[in-house]
Design a binder for this molecule. Structure first.
Ligand SMILES: N[C@@H](CCC(=O)N[C@@H](CS)C(=O)NCC(=O)O)C(=O)O
Length: 139
C-alpha cells in the first residue's frame, strides 16, 4: 500500500512539473530602468518552495508573468532552507516568501494567494520594498 501511494505521488509530481513547463507564462517587457529597479527590490525577497507543489507553481507563474527575478529556495532538496523555513518562518509549509526589511528584520509570508497579491502590487508599483542603502542608487 505504501508503494502504491508513493507511485501516485510520483506520477502527480511529474504531471505538475510537465504542466509547469508547458504552461509557464511569458514575462512582461518593461523599460530597462524599471526592470533594474524591480530587480533591486527583488533582492530583498526569497521564495521557499518545492518544485512540484501546485501552490508554488502558481507563485512561480506570477513571478514569471511579472518578470520578477526572485531567488528560489528549494526547501525539499536543501535541508538548510527547510530548517530556516521551519525555525524562522514558523512552519514547514510552502510556498513562503521571505521579505527582508531595511532594519534587517524578516517577514515570512505564507499562503500563495497573499504572496501573489503582494508580488502583483510590487510589479504594479503600488508596493515598494525599501532597499538596503548599499543597493539604493545615488540620486
Ligand atoms: N493554502 C496554502 C496551501 C499550501 C500547501 O498545502 N503546501 C503544501 C505543499 S503543496 C505543504 O507545504 N504542505 C506541508 C504542510 O502543510 O505541512 C497555499 O495556498 O499556499
Amino acid at each position: 500500500m505504501k508503494y502504491f501511494w508513493m507511485s501516485v505521488r510520483f506520477v502527480l509530481a511529474q504531471i505538475i512539473l510537465l504542466a509547469d513547463f508547458c504552461y509557464r507564462p511569458k514575462g512582461t517587457k518593461r523599460s530597462q530602468e524599471k526592470q533594474a529597479d524591480l530587480d533591486e527590490q527583488c533582492q530583498q525577497l526569497a521564495l521557499y518552495q518545492y518544485a512540484a507543489c501546485p501552490f508554488c507553481v502558481k507563485v512561480r507563474w506570477a513571478m514569471k508573468r511579472n518578470h520578477l527575478n526572485i531567488e528560489l529556495r528549494d526547501a525539499k532538496r536543501n535541508e538548510e532552507y527547510a530548517y530556516e523555513l521551519e525555525n524562522q518562518g514558523g512552519k514547514l509549509k510552502v510556498p513562503c516568501l521571505k521579505i527582508t526589511h531595511l532594519d534587517g528584520s524578516s517577514q515570512w509570508m505564507y499562503e500563495s494567494k497573499d504572496i501573489i497579491a503582494y508580488l502583483q502590487n510590487i510589479a504594479d508599483g503600488h508596493t515598494r520594498i525599501e532597499l538596503e542603502p548599499s543597493l539604493a542608487k545615488a540620486s
